[in-house]
Design a protein around this ligand. Structure first.
Ligand code: ADP
Ligand code: SF4
Ligand code: MG
Length: 393
């Protein structure tokens, strides 16, 4: 079954408005950036690029530990960000870097053994001190989540229509017929053809892309303020991924939501996110506007990630150089910078002193690196991850 595609005109990513120069402001980084050279090849820029001034979500110094038989897993070690109306914030990092745990903390869906510290506020209300009932009421209605695997989010024994209607009825009293009408409307919004007929289908009668559209319909059906999308397209092929992301951005504008888009794939957020937060070993290691972060990375880990995906002017498959080594154990972290065992720029200081997330040469562009100025001194920061002969090419 094919799904409709439309290619909205690419908008100028530089029209993001301006943010204050305070490098410690977690909202900073929404400022203009000149185009550079490393937008990944398979991404287009689409959707509205406007960001409002209203702060919806603020995560401050979030830390999450899990006590286990092997020791304490420090899954999230101090993450701060703010999300504004209309904004798409990308959270990127390798598998195991704490992306899902930090978003589950926002949703209030962490297991009981999790130790959480820091603050999470939604429209100024402290989520961590709220009653379980109050959080349940926000979940799905004001803050919705899209999970990676549609089959875990959809119940195989109920029709798509009844699941969507239930999502409405669990938060609002109304006749089932009205809820079903909302379900049909939501399916139409996410680009499912013949939505009325499709309401009667079971999840297995939908293709992978259609199921993910149904999940997006479920997320937007109550017009939430915030959508947290955790790897929403990872299981899909690249063409379908792009269509689904396009749909997500379109519907978020229709319902007036902001999005936290979590992915291990920098290519996924490139055309969609206003700002990017890069996570490594449970910490935010770089944050800035998408263009600043992609074109002028100031943290070697980000530069290494960018060096491992093809850029526009490169043939797919060339110059791909994954970062050597693997992320550290979150039970026994290395001393100093947690990226130091893999970093081509590491010095003695890096092995003993952990760098704080701090301002760089661009206002609002933060990096946790003692030597960000070395990246600022070169045209292509990912070149540190290439061999001499590759650099010469
Ligand atoms: N319930 C748990 N108990 C112990 N460790 C956990 C638990 N949930 C997640 N972790 C660990 O926390 C780390 C971060 O996980 P996660 O946030 O899922 O990473 P990702 O960035 O891939 O989404 C991983 O090392 C994971 O094994
Ligand atoms: S602090 Fe040192 S080890 Fe860490 S990313 Fe920067 S240069 Fe590399
Ligand atoms: Mg995850």
């Amino acid at each position: 079954m094919s799904t409709p595609t439309s290619e909205p005109p690419a908008t100028d990513p530089r029209s993001l408005g301006s943010a204050g120069p305070d490098p410690q402001d977690v909202t900073a980084g929404r400022h203009a950036a000149d185009a550079g050279s490393r937008r990944p090849a398979h991404t287009a820029v689409f959707g509205e690029r406007r960001v409002g001034d209203e702060e919806l979500l603020r995560v401050q110094d979030l830390a999450v530990d899990f006590p286990t038989d092997d020791g304490v897993v420090k899954a999230v070690r101090g993450v701060s960000y703010a999300l504004h109306s209309g904004e798409v914030l990308g959270i990127v990092g390798e598998s195991g870097s704490g992306k899902s745990v930090s978003s589950m903390a926002v949703m209030g869906l962490l297991p009981r053994n999790a130790n959480i510290s820091g603050t999470i506020t939604f429209r100024g209300d402290d989520l961590l001190s709220m009653s379980a009932a109050a959080r349940r009421s926000l979940r799905g209605r004001k803050i919705a989540m899209i999970f990676q695997d549609p089959m875990t989010a959809l119940n195989p024994v109920h029709t798509i229509g009844s699941q969507l209607a239930e999502a409405v009825l669990s938060h609002e009293l109304m006749p089932r017929r009205a809820a079903t009408a909302r379900a049909e409307e939501a399916l139409a919004m996410v680009g499912i053809p013949q939505p009325r007929a499709r309401l009667k289908n079971y999840p297995h009668e939908f293709s992978g892309g259609m199921r993910q559209r149904a999940i997006i319909a479920m997320a937007i059906i109550n017009s939430p303020d915030v959508i947290i999308a955790d790897e929403p397209t990872t299981a899909l092929d690249v063409t379908v991924q792009t269509q689904i992301l396009e749909t997500l951005v379109e519907v978020k504008d229709q319902v007036g939501a902001a999005i936290v888009l979590i992915t291990h794939d920098l290519g996924v957020v490139a055309g969609v996110a206003h700002r990017v937060l890069v996570m490594y070993a449970g910490k935010a290691v770089e944050m800035g506007s998408t263009d600043e972060t992609y074109y002028r990375a100031r943290m070697p880990y980000t530069a290494g990630l960018l060096g491992s995906i093809p850029a526009h002017d490169e043939v797919v498959g060339t110059r791909l150089r994954p970062i050597v080594g693997s992320p550290p154990s979150l039970i026994e972290l290395p001393t100093g910078c947690s990226f130091s065992p893999r970093c081509p720029l590491a010095t003695e200081r890096c092995h003993s002193e952990e760098p704080a997330l701090a301002g760089t040469d661009d206002p609002g562009h933060l990096a946790a690196c003692h030597h960000w100025d070395q990246l600022a001194a070169v045209d292509d920061p990912s070149s540190f991850f290439r061999t001499e002969s590759e650099r010469a090419r």
